[in-house]
Design a protein. Structure first.
Lengths: 112, 111
């Protein structure tokens, strides 16, 4: 089975801090994604990557950036954390083409 | 209008009954449809996918797709308390490489 590992299960950060969320997958998947999940809003796409060093903005990229230097690793960066970025962050990966995702276990980020 | 709509629920069914979960989508170009189950505090897990009109069965689960009506559903037969979770519908979109998710329907199976 594909394993998608997110480095932290829970994080508490202060407003203005630069925050790094790491995601690693072990099955050579082309595509990797970052979503955030909030009550009543569902999963919203922040960024995704379809190849090393390639990235595309999702629906809510403001305040975020990403890095994919190696195929297995996709990092989400909060440039200057704000309280409205308090959320559950979910990383996912998939084969190229139209396939369902495998999700990581999620990182619950609280910005105080 | 949301791109993918689901009734938030909760949908409450007795143990052993059929649970019917529905999803509508707005993009007529959508080709692939996925159902995920998410237990409280956990991440979503893929349970079904469907690409063609009609029904697709896998154990107690049946996915139904009607592209003309832009409607996809998930039936869970012989519902068990362990099926209590939020069910997320996700679809591909025209010119879009990523899935779009609905907000999910919370299912409660009463023992």
């Amino acid at each position: 089975d594909v394993k998608v590992t997110q480095s932290s299960r829970y994080l508490v950060k202060r407003t203005g801090e630069k925050v790094f969320l790491e995601c690693v997958q072990d099955m050579d998947h082309e595509n990797m994604f970052w979503y955030r999940q909030d009550p009543g809003l569902g999963l919203r796409l922040i960024y995704f990557s379809y190849d090393v060093k390639m990235k595309e903005k999702g629906d809510i990229p403001e305040g975020y950036s990403v890095s994919r230097e190696k195929k297995e690793r996709f990092s989400l960066i909060l440039e200057s954390a704000s309280t409205n970025q308090t959320s559950m962050y979910l990383c996912a990966s998939s084969l190229t083409g139209v396939y369902g995702y495998t999700f990581g276990s999620g990182t619950r980020l609280t910005v105080v | 209008q949301k791109e993918v709509e689901q009734n938030s629920g909760p949908l409450s069914v007795p143990e052993g009954a059929i649970a019917s979960l529905n999803c509508t989508y707005s993009d007529r170009g959508s080709q692939s449809f996925f159902w995920y189950r998410q237990y409280s505090g956990k991440s979503p897990e893929l349970i079904m996918f469907i690409y063609s009109n009609g029904d697709k069965e896998d154990g107690r689960f049946t996915a139904q797709l009607n592209k003309a009506s832009q409607y996809v559903s998930l039936l869970i037969r012989d519902s068990q308390p362990s099926d209590s979770a939020t069910y997320l519908c996700a679809v591909t979109g025209t010119g879009r490489r990523a899935l779009t998710f609905g907000s999910g329907t919370r299912l409660q199976v009463q023992p």
